[in-house]
Design a protein around this ligand. Structure first.
Ligand code: C2E
Ligand code: MG
Ligand code: MG
Length: 754
């Protein structure tokens, strides 16, 4: 079978195909007008087949087909390619004789096409979308009149296509309109929702939006703006006068800030208090920016918010941060801020600060409980407040208060201090009991910064406390000099510690009856570069400084256990070494473990160690902690001695509370023995107490044989003093442990008795 001839393609094929596509007619349903036309064509030309064919890129599709079964054929079989390519009517009277189509299967098949006449159709001139064609299975002739008739039929078909095109366009537009309408109505719903949400949010956040024209003075407000101003929605608001709602001096400040922003074309963000139209005082925050961003502009827009609640909250928080919750007085940071202000406003004039410390306030807490303590503090606060109306009274913490007197009151600060002490001294009703308190006051009047004022007042307060209770002291340069000397001294001793200039000397303790060596007490010494050896009295500041005394304590413990090991190894019968512990060592959580670790490291028995504490370690907040730690040491087998016994002001009560193994009678009693009957009676009493408590007694500071005899006669078993040995370096001590110390006159006849 021969292949069909290649069909001709019109010059405007691309435009033609696009137009066909735009017409959106291919594969649409049958339409009666088109069907009627094909039927009419068949009748008119007395042919079996009349088609309205549309020729697409690869097929011809029949919009109407009279006398034909197929809906479409491949394009290469289409006779219609010829009228389309030529743009004219094409007549093939006998297909078998026409080389263009003779081999077309539609021709060669049984009962195939013999006659064809087709005329182009379309919606615009020169663009043929298809044809109206008539077909017969018999060869035929087609007259000029016939051709004209077919052209007329084609014109009718073209007008049907145009009608279709209009319908399609109308439908597309309608669909588009419908789509737009849907979008618009959805948008309208969304916008309405958004507006409602925004309005609601604006209402909750108390926000309003505004736009202004600075030239015309027009001011446009959102509903929210009217609401936050307490105004009827729509009330006219003139631009300038709307500033009048703000209170001075904020009005001027806001006007100036906004004016500056206007001049520069920059955004502004300001806030200030205002009175609303319905008479409420509110704080507003206003932010604005030029509509034409970044240029000087006449049109501005922004928002305004009622920030009254935020302001209130902030004020409350600031107040809380500045107030002492117990007394309601200013707290430390507020006091410092007030002092800062006072210094600023003093214009080079002296500023006065008084620091007040309650004497023995801890006793109130201990005796009556913390609630009662707080009640006392409140009463004291109100008494201090009533002393001077405009003074700033602050509680700095614990039992410490401060007063910054009113500068405008020309009062004598010393007189004020006197009245403070007097006011605090008046009995305070507390839980039905009368509480008696005292106070010490430090005063500074100076031209200096806040921290110097605080430091100087502190020094004055220390000096007042040193001078006894119920005393006030002014700051003097000498106090500063002394404080600086103390600081320098402390740093010197830190240096001494680092340079290994500290050493430990040992003082012997003997059995008074026999003069036999009993034990040693370790005493720290400072050997200066020039060889002079200083006792702790010369560097007492070091033992008072918590950190330094802790470090010294550690050094002494290290040295003592090392020495004990050395003596043990050298078979020196040293007995026991007593080590003095300071209060700050008890604050160190690792004291007990540190001592036991050292004993363990040096393989020493706990019984070779004794710790000495003075009564001051029992005083203060850490008493129960000290009791606990001493208990742990005793349970571990380390003895505990109470040093300087009898000099504290509650010695007996401490004995009741804290268990000790040894009482050390203070030198002050020993040195006066025999002079008055009182000392003798005291020592005798201590001896009796120790007997009943089963504690040992060591008398300190025995310088004469007479003292030794007295003590022995009064029942005191051990003694320590220059009579037997002064504190000395370890190498000199070994010989003391051998034999008996015989520096005693062993006669009772010197004893004259009380
Ligand atoms: P303390 O523990 O009561 O030590 C006894 C003090 O009396 C020692 O003074 C000693 O030299 C002195 N003394 C002993 N016998 C006599 C005497 O017959 N006559 C006179 N006038 N004095 C005598 P020192 O060594 O100056 O120590 C003074 C205080 O320093 C000690 O009193 C103790 O409280 C403290 N201390 C000494 N070493 C240390 C230490 O390593 N740590 C701690 N925390 N304190 C220490
Ligand atoms: Mg001691
Ligand atoms: Mg002592």
């Amino acid at each position: 079978m021969n292949m069909p001839a290649k069909f001709p393609i019109p010059a405007n094929e691309a435009a033609r195909l696009k137009a066909l596509d735009d017409l959106a007619i291919l594969d649409t349903l049958a339409e009666p007008q088109f069907d009627a036309l094909s039927k009419l064509g068949a009748r008119l030309f007395n042919v079996p087949i009349c088609l309205v064919s549309l020729v697409a890129v690869d097929r011809q599709w029949f919009k109407a087909k009279h006398g034909f079964e197929l809906c479409e054929t491949p394009r290469e079989l289409a006779f219609c390619n010829y009228p389309i390519a030529s743009g004219q009517i094409v007549t093939i009277e006998d297909a078998t004789a026409d080389p263009r189509v003779a081999s077309n299967p539609l021709v060669t098949q049984d009962g195939g096409i013999r006659f064809y006449a087709g005329c182009p159709i379309g919606v615009e001139a020169d663009v043929s979308l298809g044809t109206v064609c008539i077909v017969d299975v018999q060869p035929r002739t087609f007259s000029i009149a016939d051709q004209e008739a077919l052209i007329e039929l084609a014109e009718v078909a073209s007008s049907l296509l145009k009608a279709h095109q209009r319908r399609v366009t109308a439908e597309t537009q309608a669909a588009q309109l419908a789509g737009q309408a849907t979008i618009i109505s959805t948008q309208a719903v969304t916008l309405a929702t958004q507006k409602r949400v925004l309005d609601q949010a604006a209402k909750i956040a108390k926000i309003g939006a505004w736009e202004s024209d600075t030239k015309s003075g027009a001011l446009i407000w959102s509903d929210g703006m009217f609401e936050i101003h307490g105004m009827e929605i729509g009330t006219p608001v003139p631009y300038g006068p709307h500033y009048n709602m703000y209170l001075e001096p904020h009005r001027t400040r806001l006007k100036e800030a906004v004016g500056r922003a206007h001049a520069r074309g920059e955004p502004f963000d300001v806030e200030g208090p205002a009175i609303t139209a319905d008479g409420r005082k509110r704080w507003f925050r206003v932010v604005g920016a030029p509509v034409d961003w970044g240029q000087p502009s006449e049109r501005w827009c922004g928002m305004k918010q009622d920030i009254t609640e935020q302001k209130r909250l902030k004020y409350k928080l600031e107040t809380l941060a500045r107030r002492d919750p117990v007394t309601g007085l200013a707290n430390r940071s507020a006091c410092q801020a007030a002092l800062q202000d006072a210094v600023k406003q003093s214009a080079g004039q002296p500023v006065t600060l008084l620091l007040i410390d309650l004497d023995d306030f801890k006793g109130v807490n201990d005796a009556h409980g913390h609630a009662a303590g707080d009640q006392c503090l409140r009463q004291i606060a109100s008494r201090l407040r009533s002393l001077q109306a405009e003074a700033l009274v602050a509680r700095l913490g614990g039992d410490e208060f401060a007063i910054i007197p009113d500068r405008t009151v020309d009062a004598d600060a010393g007189e004020l201090a006197r009245r403070i002490i007097e006011a605090i001294r008046r009995p305070i009703e507390c839980n039905g009991a009368k509480v008696h308190l005292g106070a010490s006051v430090g005063i500074v009047t100076a031209v200096c910064g806040v921290s110097d004022l605080m430091k100087r007042a502190d020094l004055a307060l220390y000096s007042a406390k040193d001078a006894g209770r119920g005393v006030w002291r002014f700051f003097t340069p000498e106090l500063q000099v002394a404080a600086e000397a103390k600081t320098a001294h402390i740093s010197q001793i830190y240096q001494a510690l680092a340079n290994r200039q500290l050493e430990v000397h040992y003082q012997q303790q003997v059995e008074l009856a026999t003069g036999a060596h009993a034990s040693f007490e370790a005493l720290v010494r400072w050997r200066q570069p020039d060889g002079v050896v200083l006792a702790p009295g010369a560097f007492s500041a070091a033992l008072d400084d918590p950190e330094l005394s802790r470090q010294i304590g550690d050094y002494v413990l290290d040295e003592v256990v090392r020495q004990a090991r050395e003596w043990t190894d050298a078979d020196v019968a040293f007995g026991r070494i007593a080590v003095n512990l300071s209060a700050s060592q008890f604050a160190d959580g690792s004291l007990v473990a540190g001592i036991l670790d050292r004993l363990n490291t040096y393989q020493l028995q706990p019984s070779c160690l004794e710790v000495e504490v003075t009564e001051n370690v029992f005083i203060g907040r850490n008493a129960s902690l000290v009791k606990d730690k001493l208990g742990q040491l005793r349970r571990a087998g380390i003895r505990v001695a109470l040093d300087d016994f009898g000099t504290g002001y509650a010695s007996l009560s401490h004995l009741r509370e804290f268990q000790v193994d040894t009482l050390k009678i203070d030198r002050s009693f020993v040195s006066r023995l025999g002079r008055t009957s009182v000392e003798t009676a005291i020592v005798q009493a201590i001896a009796l107490i120790s007997l009943s408590l089963e504690t040992e007694i060591v008398a300190e500071g025995i310088e004469t044989a007479t003292e030794a005899e007295y003590l022995k006669a009064l029942g005191c078993r051990y003694g320590q003093g220059y009579l037997f040995a002064k504190p000395m370096p370890a190498p000199e001590c070994a010989r003391l442990t051998r034999g008996h110390n015989i520096r005693m006159v062993g006669r009772l006849d010197v004893w004259s008795g009380p």
